[in-house]
Design a protein around this ligand. Structure first.
Ligand SMILES: Nc1ncnc2c1ncn2[C@@H]1O[C@H](COP(=O)(O)OP(=O)(O)OP(=O)(O)O)[C@@H](O)[C@H]1O
Length: 242
């Protein structure tokens, strides 16, 4: 696959992306580029289109109109099979409720995306990812034997193990107590800084958004503002004004 230098500098780009549900325009002509290695938070009131944005930008849903590129690949042109493969190999997902498989141990959960693709995890990178999330001594444990913070760190390792173009994290700290949430957010920040991983964080929480390089504000399906180098106070003030 050939890609232009410009395309590969962009992890994900959306061009005039619209998603309608009947008469509801959940996303309304969104154009945005997530640069490689950036940590971006996406905020907005309930119903502003955050989930729809995440689903369209990550290839979980198809826009009604417009183009989404992941690593320079126009995902609207892919067959369902190729899109599934691209999601598995080039996109990482972290969800509020962890979505770990209860019957698998931590290592099996972390390596699942690679094994589903018929490959084996590269040992050095797997060890690095597991060390980074602090679970080296927990690999044989089942999710039910882990704390919430540990489960979310396992989910992050699973998202990172394929070295994806981008990780989408949807309210990853929503089910955690404040201190554990802060530890997970710090880990996300350190991961971006140390590995150059591109990360998109959807959150309601100004404290969480303040860990990002910039914050996008969605309202009524449109990007209405961006705040670079955000502080929690600045995010909260902008949020109040929406
Ligand atoms: N499957 C669907 N069918 C019909 N309407 C939908 C569907 N999914 C979302 N919508 C509508 O699209 C709009 C945006 O919804 P979305 O879930 O993207 O917002 P959100 O910002 O993620 O909200 P929240 O913070 O409450 O999760 C809302 O008006 C919602 O009712």
């Amino acid at each position: 696959m050939t890609m232009t230098a410009e395309a590969t500098a962009q992890a994900v780009s959306l061009d005039a992306v619209t998603r309608t549900y009947g008469s509801v325009r959940a996303l309304d002509g969104v154009t945005w580029t997530f640069p490689r290695g950036g940590f971006t938070a996406v905020m907005g009131p309930s119903g502003s289109g955050k989930s729809t944005f995440l689903h369209c930008a990550s290839g979980l849903d198809r826009p009604t109109a417009g183009t989404v590129r992941i690593g320079g690949v126009d995902i609207g042109r892919l067959s369902e099979t190729k899109r599934t493969r691209l999601r598995r190999e080039r996109v990482g997902y972290v969800f509020q409720d962890f979505n770990l498989i209860p019957s698998m141990d931590v290592e099996q959960n972390i390596t699942l995306p690679i094994r589903l693709g018929g490959a084996a995890a590269e040992p050095a990178w797997l060890a690095e990812v597991v060390r980074r999330v602090g679970l080296s001594d927990r690999l044989r444990h089942r999710p039910s034997e882990l704390s919430g913070g540990q489960q979310q760190r396992a989910a992050l390792a699973r998202a990172l193990v394929t070295r994806p173009e981008v990780v989408f994290a949807d309210e990853p700290t929503g089910a955690l107590d404040p201190r554990t949430a802060r530890d997970v957010l710090r880990l996300l920040r350190e991961t971006v800084d140390a590995t150059g991983q591109t990360l998109v964080l959807v959150t309601h929480d100004p404290m969480a958004a303040a860990w990002a390089d910039s914050v996008l504000f969605l309202d009524e399906g449109r990007i209405v503002d961006e705040l670079a180098g955000p502080s929690a106070a600045a995010v909260a003030a902008r949020w109040e004004a929406l």
